[in-house]
Each structure stands twice: as structure tokens, then as C-alpha cells.
Design a protein around this ligand. Structure first.
Ligand code: FES
Length: 354
């Protein structure tokens, strides 16, 4: 069957809105349906009721923000509570999440309810036009914006305006109180490590972290990577995790002629160099070593250090080289340290000189 869509065979148009308006053009703009006023447009009591509902939402947001701050100050961070169906959760985290969620949700819900019930919902068709607007169009847009601002009632409906300003002003306080978690300052805690007990007179042995045995130079072969910690430390120590996060060492042996940095060579023993294992970016433990290039790679953000050149940063976000520990051997032939690192290990912090 063939369909003849010539002008004579087009269906007859009745010319009403929403139907074909132009007999010569089946795709003519049907126009917008007539605007239907909402209840709040014609009933002042309904409008007042909507206004109170919107304000109530903003008020709930304000109360929730105050609840957030009170929770942060008053709830013990170690307190665990049972919440169905979550199970056992931190009371502080639950309270912070709940109150901040309510505070933000109520601002959004209030704004949506305000737009749907009280702001103008008259649709204005925008014709396509060149991107660059001429002066007349700009003036028209500014006029429309001003009309929209006036119709939104932002200036006239003072209760909504004031409660919205109040809720928006209070919500950022949630972030301000969290600044407390940036403290306290580390002071000397990061400037010293467990190696500070070592002196020239009483050196401290390096212990293999896997075997817990003291290390001799012959245990460290060229191309190998060995992890070490100070003698006397055990995994049963109460503060083991805090200590190992500062004391852990990375031992490598590089042929002396391949060591480019003379100061670094002087801190080592017969090509054995002892660097901090803690990345100077944000403190991840470094565990990857490329024996051909002498590069150590941090798995967290790929900072790469050249261990043959004083652990200089050659790639990645780390801010400074890995600190190096001065080592030698004692009279029994064990590898020992004779002092602490010359600079703080790990990432930079505020009191650090560099
Ligand atoms: S912690 Fe090592 S690169 Fe970020």
C-alpha cells in the first residue's frame, strides 16, 4: 500500500492549540497549553500555609545543624550503639551523619517546595537565537530576572528569606567544628624516632623485621631490599604500630661506584644504605625496589626515589628525599646505628623546617 503525503491528502486540521495549526506545515509550533494557576496562586491562605511549611523545613535544618555541633562536642568518639538495621555503629558517626544529612536535606526540600508552590510557574518559551546576545536581548534577560526575583517573593516573604539565610549561615559551621580534628600539633613526636636511643658510645643494632635477628653486612646483598627496625622492639609492645611507623628502615646495598651522592655514601657502610621506609608524601610504607635503576617506588601515589642519589625524588608528589640513617658495624660485626635520623621522617608537618 502506498501513502501519498501530498498537501491535498493531509488530514484536515481544526486549528486548535495542540493540533496542527498551519495547513501548509504539519510541524508548526503547537504553542504552549494555557497556564493553569495553582491553588497557592489563587488562595492566599494556601500560599501562607506553603510559606509556613517552607520555613519549617529551613528551621528543622537549623536545629539539625545545632544538633550536629552538639553531637560532635558531647558524644564520646569510642561509644558504640546498636541501631537497627545497621547493627553496632559508632554513636558519634551515626549522630553526625544523621544531623548533617537532615540539615542539608531540609534546605533542599524547602527550596524545592518553595519553587513548586510559591514561585512563579509561568512557562516562557525561549526561541533559538545566535549565541551572542544583542543589547536588547540582554536588557530583556535582566528584566526577566528582575521579574523572576520579584515573583519569587524573596524580598516580600521575609519569613522564608530570613529562615533560609539562617539555615545557609549555620550549615558551614559543621565544617568549621571539624577543624578540631586537625590538632593537636605533632610537636616533637615526629621529629624523633626510636633510633634516638643510639649513640656513638652505645650503638643500637639493626634487626631484620622478618626474622627478628640482628643483621650483619653479609646478610645484605647487592640488589636486595631488607626491612629493619631497632633492637629491643617487639610486635607485642603496646605502641608497636606507632613506633614502627617512624622507625622502619629500608636497607639496600649498592656497588660503591654506583652511589652518586657522596654524603649518602658516607652515611652508609660499604655500600649498604639505610633509608626511612616511610614515604615523605603522606607516609605510606615503601616496599618496591628496582635493583637495576636503584629506584624505590611508593605504591600509594607512585612517588619514586633514587636510592643511589640520596633518595632524591625523581617522580611523584613526595616533597623531599627519604631521610637516611647513619650506620656502621659494632665490634661483633653487627650493623648498628649511632644516632637518630638527622631530619624528621615521613610527610611534612607544620612545625617542620622544610
Ligand atoms: S604516600 Fe607515597 S606517594 Fe603518596
Amino acid at each position: 500500500m502506498s501513502h501519498d503525503m501530498s498537501e491535498e491528502n493531509l488530514p484536515e486540521s481544526h486549528g486548535s492549540a495542540g493540533e496542527v495549526a498551519d495547513h501548509g506545515n504539519p510541524f508548526a509550533d503547537p504553542g504552549l497549553p494555557a497556564h493553569e494557576p495553582r491553588r497557592t496562586d489563587i488562595d492566599e491562605r494556601a500560599a501562607k500555609r506553603a510559606e509556613r511549611q517552607v520555613s519549617l523545613m529551613f528551621l528543622v535544618s537549623m536545629v539539625a545543624t545545632v544538633g550536629f555541633i552538639v553531637s560532635y562536642v558531647a558524644i564520646d568518639p569510642d561509644k558504640i550503639v546498636y541501631i537497627f538495621p545497621l547493627g553496632h555503629v559508632s554513636a558519634l558517626n551515626f549522630a553526625l551523619g544523621l544531623t548533617l544529612g537532615v540539615a542539608l536535606f531540609m534546605i533542599g526540600a524547602g527550596a524545592v517546595h518553595w519553587a513548586r508552590t510559591l514561585m512563579s510557574d509561568v512557562e516562557i518559551p525561549a526561541e533559538r537565537h545566535p549565541i551572542e546576545a544583542d543589547d536588547e536581548v540582554r536588557a530583556d534577560v535582566i528584566g526577566q530576572f528582575r521579574t523572576g526575583a520579584a515573583e519569587s517573593g524573596f524580598g516580600r516573604r521575609k519569613m522564608i528569606r530570613n529562615t533560609l539565610i539562617g539555615s545557609m549561615a549555620l550549615v558551614p559551621l559543621s565544617g568549621v567544628v571539624l577543624l578540631r580534628d586537625l590538632g593537636p600539633l605533632p610537636e616533637k613526636k615526629l621529629a624523633e624516632t626510636g633510633w634516638k636511643k643510639a649513640t656513638e658510645a652505645q650503638p643500637l643494632e639493626l634487626v631484620n623485621m622478618s626474622t627478628m635477628l640482628p643483621l650483619k653486612p653479609e646478610d645484605i646483598v647487592v640488589g636486595s631490599l631488607t626491612f629493619a627496625m631497632p633492637k629491643g622492639m617487639t610486635t607485642h609492645d603496646e605502641d608497636f604500630q606507632q613506633q614502627i611507623a617512624k622507625d622502619a628502615l629500608m636497607l639496600v646495598r649498592i656497588a660503591p661506584e654506583d652511589i652518586k651522592d657522596e654524603k649518602s655514601k658516607g652515611l652508609g657502610f660499604e655500600g649498604i644504605l639505610a633509608y626511612s621506609k616511610i614515604c615523605t608524601h603522606v607516609g605510606c610504607p615503601i616496599s618496591l625496589y628496582e635493583q637495576q635503576t636503584h629506584h624505590a617506588l611508593c605504591p600509594c601515589h607512585q612517588s619514586t626515589f633514587d636510592l643511589a642519589d640520596g633518595a632524591r625524588v625523581i617522580f611523584g608528589p613526595a616533597g623531599h628525599p627519604l631521610p637516611q640513617l647513619k650506620i656502621t658495624t659494632d665490634e661483633k660485626g653487627f650493623l648498628v646505628a649511632t644516632g637518630d635520623f638527622a631530619e624528621p621522617v615521613g610527610p611534612s608537618f607544620w612545625e617542620r623546617a622544610r
